[in-house]
Design a protein around this ligand. Sequence first.
Ligand code: SF4
Length: 215
Amino acid sequence: MQPGEKIGPILQILEQRYGEAHVTLDFANPLELLVATVLSAQCTDVKVNQVTPGVFKKYPTAAAYAAAPLKELEAAFHPTGFFRQKAKSIQGICRALEENYGGEVPASLEELVKLPGIGRKTANVILGNAFGIPGITVDTHLGRISQRLGLTTSKDPVKIEFDLMPLVPPDRWTKFSHQMIWHGRQICTAKKPQCPLCPLLPYCDYGQDATQGGH
Ligand code: SF4
């Protein structure tokens, strides 16, 4: 089945199964989501959510991160791992916000990706969830499942995003991203996809192959 033929039923099944899917990072404004997203690299959202209440209280503005001693930020981010890199990155982003955007997080993809270390994935997370502007977030789950379903043949996240954009209606982009991520965590895991239990099996190239003994 061609991607254009199966995307309708796939979206319907995802909606039935993961109607409540949402971003699992806690935040109250765009800056908090930006910081939480950077901290979530190589770390679980649960762990990030344990750390961020204290961090957000201590650093309520971009100016606060920009002015903080690096060592202090490193200590605050320590439980999330890769804390030196994350401290440097968040301070660099916040200094750029201070210098170029009056300390505010910009609400456009073009501006967000100009911030140091911010790629399209993070930019789309922020746009979709903090500003309500649709975006497809190609993380490891969404990329893997899109390939398995046969919605893309690409491995490059940006190409995958552009393959999916004409298939998925824009008003579903953000929700679709969460639903695919939840599906990747619950059923279509990297190492052991549960194809026989998967509601997307009838529309999945990999799953059809796997259940017929191909994998
Ligand atoms: Fe993933 Fe298997 Fe479901 Fe396809 S059928 S989406 S590979 S779990």
